[in-house]
Design a protein around this ligand. Sequence first.
Ligand SMILES: [Zn+2]
Length: 145
Amino acid sequence: MFFALIADFDHCPLLQQRVLAVLHRIPELVQRDFLDDPRFRITLENYHPETGWTLWMATPGPPGNGSRCVVLRRRLSDCAEGFAHYVIAHEFAHAFLRNGPWGEIRDREEAADALAASWGFRRPDPDQGLASRGDFQGNPGMVSR
Ligand SMILES: [Zn+2]
């Protein structure tokens, strides 16, 4: 049922698998929220050497209803699986929270980390070999606003 969501990157089957693995593990409430919102998209960031990064952006919706496009970087298909799952879940958490806070957690990044952890996707500890330090450099995913 999630295939429409990952159709944008069928040239990246490993990343599709990783995204699907996360989609299947998040709560049904969150799955429904994504599936029922036609503005929710998952896409890959395109890099063109001449023009730099281009991002697909949703047309702004009604006030308070920002775009819900999760943009993932291609290298999420090369890095350690646990790290990729964590990044994808973290971005889904931002999308679910509409880039906002979660309950008492006002910091958007902490809120997304905490929500992703509640789904079973904790930030991997590089010391345990689950991710390399380089994986944390730059921002491997983002939710456009
Ligand atoms: Zn974030």
